[in-house]
Design a binder for this molecule. Structure first.
Ligand code: FAD
Length: 229
């Protein structure tokens, strides 16, 4: 069922990645990690909810502009604060298990960070039992890193959490290369205990990561995917 909502603000996070804040007009509850569909005219696209715990049926989306993309063209060129938007959801099962028995690895590129930001925000001040949680976030250059301070600061707020940003096109004091080396290193160095992998973002990265993990013998039940396209 489509629900009325209002686009209450649009903010730039980076040049091509913007935050869209939405207020649903009726009661709206979701599990961190879920997504919504939005409908503009006859166009329907899915977006992961990237926030958690904002009062008043409000949530955030983080969306990258794609050249030639129909919905992103609308959102970046025409949408304005106060617009009415139809949404459906929450949808999806890209959520934490009820009981967490092993380490959790979040692996993402670009706006694939969205569901993990929601999950991490939800873990702050919660008494959820968990082991280590790694966020491996890949992008090209430092200017493209999404929420660097917030993601780093979760290390002070969530026990056992570690943030690993990786740049593929710029040398810096952090990790360089692709996300794959980072989880492969953790596996090789026996740092992980009974891990569940959450892979989120565009198809190529997910395909490669899933292939690597399956080749290493990880059960597909322990590899959760959210493929953006
Ligand atoms: C569960 C789920 C969650 C998602 N969450 C997010 C999220 O949090 N953030 C996010 O940014 N995205 C997310 N996505 C992706 C999102 O749903 C859209 O696919 C994305 O925004 C592109 O939509 P679009 O209409 O702008 O592009 P489309 O019009 O669908 O085009 C898709 C691609 O085709 C190319 N293309 C389109 N038309 C042409 C043309 N005429 N010639 C050449 N190339 C063309 C575009 O450049 C683009 O690369 C998610 C997807 C799923 C399934």
């Amino acid at each position: 069922m489509w629900q009325d909502s209002t686009l209450i603000s649009i903010e730039k996070e980076t040049e091509i990645t913007w935050k869209f804040v939405i207020k649903v007009h009726s009661d709206f509850k979701y599990i961190p990690g879920q997504f919504v569909q939005i409908k503009v005219n006859d166009l329907v696209r899915s977006y992961s909810i990237s926030s958690y715990g904002i009062d008043g049926n409000i949530f955030e989306l983080i969306i990258v502009k794609l050249e030639g993309g129909k919905m992103t063209n609308y959102l970046f060129e025409h949408a304005k604060e106060g617009d009415n938007i139809l949404i459906k959801g929450p949808l999806g099962k890209f959520t934490l298990p009820e009981t967490i028995s092993g380490d959790i690895l979040f692996v993402c590129t670009g706006t694939g960070i969205a569901p993990f930001r929601s999950i991490l925000q939800s873990l702050v001040n919660q008494k959820v039992n968990h082991k280590n949680i790694y966020l491996i976030f890949g992008t090209r250059e430092r200017k493209d890193i999404l929420y660097p301070e917030e993601m780093k600061n979760f290390e002070n707020l969530i026990k056992g959490y570690k943030y690993i940003p990786v740049l593929s096109r710029e040398k810096w004091e952090g990790m360089t290369g692709y996300v794959h080396n980072q989880y492969l290193d953790l596996i090789k160095n026996n740092k992980l205990e009974d891990p569940i992998f959450y892979l989120c973002g565009w198809r190529d990265m997910i395909k490669e990561a899933r292939g690597n993990l399956k080749d290493l013998g990880f059960d597909s039940k322990k590899i959760k995917l959210e493929i953006y396209g």
